[in-house]
Design a protein around this ligand. Structure first.
Ligand code: ADP
Ligand code: MG
Length: 323
């Protein structure tokens, strides 16, 4: 490592090791690897997500937000499996232009979300790069053996349910990039920058949901993933898709933004299917998040998005609507 930074070992010892202190089996990041020791009857759930500056986040994004978003997109995958977040491994490739103030703020973001979500850093790799800043987080979760949410069990007759609100992040990205004026739209920008992984909900859905995933590619595309994996079709009543106040106001002004909301992605809400006999209100109140039925599973394949009059919506990105 060169430039305005300490060397790799000093960075690990001074910046990253404090984040591992609460987990004895990370050995203070002084050994070659950490140890995971699940209790009998538990399984480890693993997921990874990589983020590249200029591709997955603006190159000048605040370092603590970069850290938190990187953790949260992984936490959302753990939630979508119905698991409890446990720990993570961080690989970071640093260009010379990234100095210690950036790293300190990045570590502060990691620390904040470690506290918020009960996770701990247990290892990683730190390298220099001549390319853009890149980071990858591998997240571990714990689940009782065999107790998982999968994408493949949706059945005709199941209801399609989504948590929270859809489209805030896709519209928020327009705010963050300046395509939409920012005044009065801080909520949307915030939803893009700092998603809320639905961890409590995921665990509550064990034994109830027949299929589940987190919405990262876009509601319609991700519903397509459930349909493909489960061998079923879906009908979505787009007028029932839950929009936040600020998103609904934008859609009322510019109806084409409904498509942005339905296909835009980065929501990190949970999308799942449940048999009609399951009561959703107790789940919503126990998990502390709104749940909205947006349609139903049908035999066959593909996703049909219906407008308020019951006609099929012609979404511009047909890859996402297999009709
Ligand atoms: P090796 O050369 O044997 O791969 P390293 O010097 O890369 O070992 O890493 C030493 C220790 O520091 C390991 O336990 C590793 O997991 C940890 N580590 C390195 N980089 C990071 C990082 N960015 N975050 C957390 N732990 C790290
Ligand atoms: Mg190494």
């Amino acid at each position: 490592m060169t430039g305005r930074r300490r060397g790799e070992f000093e960075l690990i010892a001074d910046l990253f090791a404090p984040l591992a202190r609460s987990y004895p089996l990370a050995f203070g990041l002084t050994d070659d690897a950490a140890v995971l020791a699940p209790a009998p009857g538990e399984e480890i759930v693993v997921t990874a997500d990589a983020l590249i500056a200029g591709v997955h986040f603006p190159a000048d994004e605040r370092a603590d937000w970069v850290a938190q978003k990187a953790l949260r997109v992984n936490l959302s995958d753990i939630a979508a499996m119905g698991a409890r977040p446990h720990s993570y491994v961080l690989t970071i490739a640093l260009p010379e232009t990234v100095g210690e103030p950036w790293l300190e703020r990045f570590v502060a973001g990691l620390a904040a979300d470690q506290a918020a979500f009960g996770i701990v850093l247990i290892g990683g790799d730190t390298v220099a790069t001549s390319g853009p800043l890149a980071l990858s987080i591998t997240m571990f979760g714990l689940a009782r053996s065999g107790q998982r949410l999968r994408r493949n069990g949706a059945k005709p007759g199941d209801r399609i349910v989504v948590s929270g609100t859809i489209g805030d992040a896709a519209l928020g990205l327009k705010v963050v990039t300046g395509a939409l004026p920012a005044a009065g739209r801080a909520f949307l920008a915030e939803r893009y920058r700092l998603p809320t992984p639905r961890i409590a909900l995921g665990q509550r859905l064990i034994g109830l949901a027949t299929a589940a995933l987190d919405v990262s590619d876009g509601l319609i595309a991700d519903l397509g993933h459930i349909c493909d994996t489960s061998g079923v079709g879906a009908r979505v009543e787009t007028a029932r898709v839950p929009l936040s106040g600020p998103a609904a106001a934008l859609v009322a002004e510019r109806p084409e933004f409904l498509e942005t909301a339905l296909t835009g992605g980065d929501d990190y809400e949970l999308l799942f299917t449940v048999p009609p006999t399951i009561a959703l209100d107790p789940v919503a109140s126990a998990a502390g998040v709104a749940l909205t039925v947006i349609g139903g599973i049908v035999p066959g394949g593909g996703v049909v998005a219906l407008d308020a009059g019951g006609g099929a919506l012609d979404l511009e990105r047909p890859g996402y609507t297999h009709r």
